[in-house]
Design a protein around this ligand. Structure first.
Ligand code: F6R
Length: 260
């Protein structure tokens, strides 16, 4: 696990976009795993900029989103399908039939979840997964207590997550109680993972996820067991890390062959 502390979310986004850019250039049919929420917005802005400048071609890329609210259609302004369309897909040249987001209106949710897992396998697995971090430690919508071996399935959102996400809705009562999310094991199968977290509000949970014990009560802590994870955080999100000076030293002393 590599922890990269940068002055701002924009600096983190620039580095993350460079990693994605390199990958897509090497492998035109890259399979990306995508997240929603506030955290990936600077990254998506940077990917759009690179595409507009002619430096990034998404025509061969496939994407799988982590999660979706149950009960919201893809054209609902709070659905994650809608979010992805507005914040990324409409501004890059990704083929819409290669953008997968769980269907929050699926009739048979269990079957839909199995099909989602199968679609990931059929595409050869996810090369690189983008993650944000919930203040309760969730990745995707794998809330505390989620099985570390879980696969795509229905989950009930915690009160804390519904409170955190109420800012996107008119009232908290409109925040759905259920979602479909890739499982913890689905995420762990991704070949490379980039997790982003910004602001003081994420400092405590970042410290638990990176430096605390691995526990289903902090689902993000399982990333300690993944062979290729990079955590991008700003100074505020890094403020509770015990080893933050060491992480800075490692990044500053990176040999050139390891540079991003
Ligand atoms: C969203 C997702 C969630 C968010 C997390 C952080 O697709 O999977 O895990 O990444 O809730 O949300 P923000 O970025 O809004 O703080």
């Amino acid at each position: 696990m590599e922890v990269i502390i940068q002055p701002s979310p924009e600096d983190c986004a620039a580095l993350g976009a460079r990693i994605i850019g390199k990958l897509v250039k090497q492998k035109a049919d890259t399979v990306l795993g995508l997240a929603t929420g506030s955290t990936p917005l600077p990254l998506y802005g940077e990917l759009v900029r690179l595409h507009r400048d002619g430096k990034l071609d998404f025509s061969g890329v496939t994407s799988f989103n982590l999660d979706e609210y149950i009960g919201l259609s893809g054209d609902h302004p709070c659905s994650y399908r809608y979010f992805m369309q507005q914040e990324l897909f409409k501004d890059i040249n990704i083929e819409s039939e290669r953008t997968y987001v769980p269907d929050g209106l699926a009739d048979d949710i269990a079957r839909h979840c199995l099909a989602y897992e199968q679609a990931i396998l059929d595409c050869g697995g996810i090369d690189l997964q983008i993650l944000g971090l919930g203040t309760d430690g969730h990745i995707g919508f794998n809330e505390p207590g989620s099985s570390l071996g879980s696969r795509t399935r229905i989950k009930t959102l915690t009160g804390k997550t519904r409170e955190d996400n109420a800012r996107f809705f008119d009232t908290i009562d409109e925040v759905p109680r259920h979602c479909i999310t890739m499982g913890v094991a689905t995420i762990m199968d991704c070949r490379q993972i980039l997790l982003f977290a910004f602001g003081e509000g994420k400092a405590e949970i970042i410290a638990k996820a990176i430096e605390g014990p691995v526990s289903a009560m902090v689902p993000a802590s399982i990333l300690q067991m993944h062979p290729d994870v990079t955590i991008f955080i700003d100074e505020a999100a890094a403020s509770s890390l015990k080893n933050r000076d060491y992480y800075r030293e490692v990044f500053e002393g990176k040999p050139s062959w390891q540079s991003i």
